[in-house]
Design a binder for this molecule. Sequence first.
Ligand code: FAD
Length: 301
Amino acid sequence: MDKSLGRLRRLPETECLFPKTLGEALSLLKKHNGAARAIAGGTDLLPKMKRREIAPNYLIDLKGIEGLHFLKYDKEKGLRIGAATTLNEILESSVVRKRYPILKEAVSRMASAQIRNMGTIAGNLCNAVPSADSAPPLIALGAKLKLVGPKKARTVLVEDFFKGPDKTVLGPAELVAEIQIPPARSGEFGTYLKHTLRREMDLAVVGVAAYLCLDSKKNLCKDVKIVLGAVAPVPMRAKKGEEALKGKPINGDLIESAAKMASEEAKPIDDIRSSAEFRREMVRVLTKRAIQQSLERGKGV
Ligand SMILES: Cc1cc2nc3c(=O)[nH]c(=O)nc-3n(C[C@H](O)[C@H](O)[C@H](O)COP(=O)(O)OP(=O)(O)OC[C@H]3O[C@@H](n4cnc5c(N)ncnc54)[C@H](O)[C@@H]3O)c2cc1C
C-alpha cells in the first residue's frame, strides 16, 4: 500500500470538546478563536480533515447539546428545526411529510440512510457547496436561519446565507442554532428534482426546486419561486423564469418559456461530473418537470 495515502487517510490530531449548552459551545469557539470548528454529523467535516483540507486543533461537538435537538411546528409561526436534528429525523417527521413535501423530497435524495442518521441540514448549509440539496427547497420555502454568536442573535434568509463555494455570512465565532420555515399555506405546492450520475448516493449535477402559489381554481399562478442548485457558485433563484409565470394562468407554453429562461439564467461550469452545456439543458428539463409536478400536486388536492 502507498504509505503516504495511509497517512493522509488518518484524521489529523485534534481534541474533541463536548459542551452541554449552546452558551458553552459559543464560549469555546470564542476561547479557541479560529483554532476550533463546530462538528454536527461530521459527514462533510471529517472527510475534509482526512484530506487535510482543514486541520482544526479543536472540534466542538454540537450533537450533545439538548437545546439544539428539536423539531417543532406551530400553525402561526411555522416549523423550527434545531441545528443538531438529523436528516433522518427530519425525514421521519409527520409534519415535514404532510406540510413540507418539497423538503422531504430533497432530504430523501441525500446520501444514504447511514449518512442521514449522522448528517444535519445545518451542516449541509454551512458546508456551502453549490450542490447542497437542502438549499433549493429551503430557499423556495422562504426559510431563515437563526445565527448566534458573541453579539446579538440574528436571522438571515437561507437565500442570503451563501457568499460563494465554502463561504457563508457566518462569523468566525457564530453558529447556526435553528432553521425556521414559515407556515405552510393552502394553495402552495412545490417539487424538488435532482439529476445525478448514479441513482443513489450522489451529489446533484443539477437540482431544481419549483414552488407555486395557486389561486383557488388551481389555474392562476399568484406567486412562484424557482431555485437552482449546482449551476452557480451559490444556490440561485431564477428570477426571470419566475417573472414569466407570476400572475398568469399557467399553460404548457408558459411553463416551457419559464424553463427556458431559467436555463439561460443559470451560470453552470464544466467539471468532472458534467459539462456546462449539459447542466444548462438539464435546468430547462427539470424546471419544466418541477413546475408541472407542482401543478399536478395542486390539482390533486
Ligand atoms: C457518501 C456521502 C454522500 C453524500 N451525499 C449527499 C447528497 O446527496 N446531497 C447533499 O447535499 N450532501 C451529501 N453529502 C454531504 C453531507 O452528508 C451533508 O452535507 C450533511 O448534511 C452535512 O451535515 P453534518 O451534520 O454531517 O455536517 P458536518 O460535517 O458536521 O459539518 C459541515 C460543516 O458545517 C459546519 N457546521 C455544522 N453545523 C454547524 C452549525 N450548527 N453552525 C455552524 N457551523 C456548523 C462545520 O464546522 C463544517 O464546516 C454526502 C456525504 C457523504 C459522505
